[in-house]
Write a protein that binds this ligand. Structure first.
Ligand code: NAP
Length: 259
């Protein structure tokens, strides 16, 4: 399918690895020029080079922390006008409800709620003025069903979801869509870190922790960044203009819901 977005320009945050990289690759395969971001310069440059070589699109890189005010201003300054925004950042650490104090919540809210809101606030007006735009926020399945050890994530991402629900309906008349993609477990460094924690806690190997988790997923496997990226690229396509303010689970059926 021709996604109809060749020649558009996208800012894909936190995209040197994992789900963000999957989104960047799929958008590049559709002919979209990219601004890619991550904190670590080496992996970011390597990912950008690979994408340029594979797809022949223009790729700019901005190595910075997207959750900091300085990082955001650096990133937005370099990106200029973009047609597509994919928001992403690392997830908060796991723990117990009694572990977290105010500073922990402020850090999680900054990273996973206020950062995407700050980026949208700056980039939405240009998209609206041009009459076309796409925003995809990478959130989590924890928005639909809480993951108890990820209380910081549950809280921050649900806040973002509430913001998007209203805002998506305010910008839709200008041809701009905002939607959220909700990953269940995907085979990335983040999944290894979470499984590593379980392995340590239970005194089992990483492979055993992974096998235990896979057994709880109807698809009996972890998601792949490539298939996540393909869903993101479709939401950014010209075919997705009637999908507004939705929260789309990509979790292999793990969240046991009728709707
Ligand atoms: P990942 O494999 O660890 O990759 C994270 C990427 O984001 C890397 O490129 C990393 O590069 C970059 N990054 C992290 N923090 C950043 C920051 N502050 N500023 C700029 N770049 C940053 O993670 P992932 O699995 O793709 O997860 C992406 C998001 O989805 C996370 O919020 C995660 O919690 C959420 N999620 C993941 C899963 C899963 O199973 N994978 C499930 C549910 C939700 P640098 O470290 O060099 O900055």
């Amino acid at each position: 399918m021709d996604l109809g977005i060749a020649g558009k320009r996208a800012l894909v945050c936190a995209s040197s690895k994992g789900l963000g990289l999957g989104c960047a690759q799929a958008l590049a395969a559709a002919g979209v020029d990219l601004v890619m971001n991550a904190r670590g310069e080496q992996a970011l440059e390597a990912a950008a080079r690979e994408i340029r070589d594979a797809h022949g699109v223009a790729v700019e890189t901005v190595a910075c922390d997207v959750t900091s005010a300085e990082g955001q201003s650096q990133l937005l300054g370099a990106a200029g006008e973009v047609d597509i925004l994919v928001t992403n950042a690392g997830g908060p650490p796991p723990g117990l409800w009694s572990d977290w104090d105010r500073d922990d919540f402020i850090a999680a809210l900054d990273a996973n709620m206020l950062t995407p809101i700050a980026l949208m606030r700056v980039l939405l007006p240009g998209m609206m003025a041009r009459g076309w735009g796409r925003v995809v926020n990478i959130t989590s399945q924890s928005v639909r069903a809480p993951i108890p050890v990820l209380g910081l994530s549950n809280a921050a991402r649900t806040g973002l979801t509430g913001y998007v629900a209203g805002t998506a309906r305010q910008v839709a008349p200008s041809g701009v869509t905002i939607n959220n993609l909700l990953p269940g477990i995907h085979a990335t460094d983040r999944a290894d870190a979470l499984d590593g924690g379980v392995a340590e806690q239970k005194g089992i190997s990483l492979d055993e922790a992974r096998a235990e988790r896979q057994a709880t997923i109807p698809a009996r496997r972890y998601g792949q960044a490539e298939e996540f990226g393909a869903a993101c690229a479709f939401l950014c396509s010209r075919h997705a203009g009637f999908i507004v303010g939705q929260n789309i689970l990509l979790d292999g059926g793990a969240t046991n819901l009728t709707m």
